[in-house]
Design a protein around this ligand. Sequence first.
Ligand code: RVK
Ligand code: MG
Ligand code: MG
Length: 306
Amino acid sequence: MMEQKRSKFIGSLIGTAIGDSLGARFEGAPVIRDVNDIGPRYTDDTAMMIGVAESLIDRKGFDYWHMAERFVQNYEREPWRRYGSGPPRIFRMMQSGRMGFGMLDRDLYPGGSFGNGGAMRVGPVGLLYYDDPGSIREIAYHTAGITHSHELALDGAAVQACAVALAVLADPGDIKSKEFLGALRMFTKPGPYQEKLKLIIKLLDENPSIKEIVNVLGNGIEALRSVPAAIYSFLSTPDFESAVLYAVSLGGDTDTIGAMTGAISGACYGVEGIPAQWRGKVENRQYIEGLAMNLWEVKENMNVAR
Ligand code: RVK
Ligand code: MG
Ligand code: MG
């Protein structure tokens, strides 16, 4: 049982990098030609997920300032990872001394950013708190809020983190989609995300075309138009490979929908469920898998301390 959970932690982090690298390769490409040929590099989605994991491990839980500083340091080291337009500007504000009370994104966008940058990196929060929905919501909000304070970005991060947590709890040999969605809906606040989850229940019975899925769930850079697409990609497919390929085939923000689908699917199927060919090609694989093992150890120690 313990071994299975540990494998799920590794699967989720490496799954994020695979979905991101595959999606980055095919961003803007109308047809996927060689599905095994994942891109050589992951992008900001994985780089920021790594920052979240590093900080949770270093601090043995969530520490706002530590995580914010880690985001800035990781960006400084690798500014070329194709970040969204907001975060680098927020990092510059932080470097000029404006740590403030968060909400720096409100200088850039009215009401804050509703981009998917908060949701794309939140997987490690869903892993560390997979058995604690209250902490998932609180820490997903705080983690996203460093750069994304719009309600739709915060709720998107919470829903994505909860999907990762439910995937940790799911039996990979017997995923019950309706139960999974029922639990996710119970967790989700009434509003636009709950509406999307209701639509997913219906869509799963209908076997719709990609065009319909994009029309109904979206494939964009907004959290509300990408988190539901990732959840659908996971639930409508039987294994890790088909989930991530499906996510990328939706087009649009392919690296991010790929990364989020990879985080959920990897947390469900575990590292054994990930094709060796993909796993072997991921940039910084050993480092990312090491982080997952360290995160698992933090979780085990939390359980002992309880
Ligand atoms: C390049 C109007 C808003 C908005 C608001 C739009 C990487 C803006 C990753 C903004 C992901 C974009 C992606 C992204 C992650 C957000 N009003 N428009 N209130 N809030 N937008 O800048 O980290 O790919 O057009 O916060 O969420 O792979 O440029 O960045 O695909 O959403 O970037 O929001 O981006 P940002 P992010
Ligand atoms: Mg990206
Ligand atoms: Mg993207």
